[in-house]
Ligand binder design. Structure first.
Ligand code: MF3
Ligand code: CO
Ligand code: CO
Length: 254
């Protein structure tokens, strides 16, 4: 697949899809409470996306994924399948929302805490969040994908956490996952050069322990091999003539 450059009209559609995905996260935050199941969070998001937004939850039936959102709790790195698991105080959960509106995708995720998080869980989520933004701030025409990866990796490792290697950000548009791959590690001034009109996700997965992950037998759930905590944040971003525009900002503008 080749990298797509979005026209002005396509950029508007990406803005609309991005806004809807962010709105779902703004909506679901209040429901993340002790006792709720991840399956209930999925049902609430599914109904909101389909009935309120008139949009399509992209994960549902994507390559056989069975639910409308991903819920990744504690040592789950990504692609957690919503189910009967009840959230309890001290849990941290990444909720990853992707919607399709007018044929275009918006993809974003955030960390949520159930009650008061432990010191390590809070610090891990904070460093993952900062690293996502440091990566985003590298985005501009003429910059390289390696600049993004290097900024993320530097910040994570400086804080003695580790970057997951097996999963990465991606181009996004009419397709959920387009070229290029956006690695969350690398060297400055290497890799593909960025151009205005590209739309990409930046979505670093950061582990408290070692970087190694394993896939559970359900074929989707990715966990840390050492069972250490993992955190992730994701934005969809447009490369503009002068830099970048984040398409999935929440109500709190972050
Ligand atoms: N939203 C994820 C991403 O950021 C992809 C989830 S694929 C699914 O790329 F099938 F698990 F939903
Ligand atoms: Co993504
Ligand atoms: Co996502």
């Amino acid at each position: 697949m080749t990298v797509t450059i979005k026209t002005a009209d396509e950029q508007d559609k990406m803005r609309a899809a991005g806004r809807l995905a962010a709105d779902v996260l703004d909506m679901i935050g209040d429901y993340v409470k002790s006792g709720i199941t991840t399956g209930e969070l999925d049902r609430i998001c599914h109904e909101y996306i389909t009935e309120v937004q008139g949009a399509v939850p992209a994960p549902l039936n994507y390559r056989g994924f069975p639910k409308s959102i991903c819920t990744s709790v504690n040592h789950v790195v990504c692609h957690g399948i919503p189910g009967d698991r009840k959230l309890k105080t001290g849990d941290s959960v990444n909720i990853d929302i992707t919607v399709i509106k007018d044929d275009f995708h918006g993809d974003t995720s955030r960390m949520f805490f159930v009650g008061k998080p432990g010191i390590q869980a809070r610090r891990l989520a904070e460093v993952a969040f900062e690293s996502m933004w440091l990566g985003i701030e590298e985005l501009a025409p003429g910059k390289h994908l390696g600049d993004v990866g290097a900024a993320i990796q530097h910040h994570v490792e400086k804080n003695r956490f580790s970057v997951v290697r097996e999963y990465c950000g991606h181009g996004i548009g009419r397709a959920f996952h387009e070229d290029p791959q956006v690695l969350h590690y690398g060297s400055p001034a290497t890799g593909m050069e960025l151009r205005a009109g590209m739309t990409l996700t930046v979505e670093p997965m950061v582990n408290a322990g070692k970087a190694a992950v394993k896939l559970l037998p359900d074929g989707w759930t990715v966990v840390t091999k050492d069972h250490s905590l993992s955190a992730q944040w994701e934005h969809t971003v447009l490369i503009t003539e002068t830099g970048y525009e984040v398409l999935t900002l929440g109500a709190d503008a972050r």
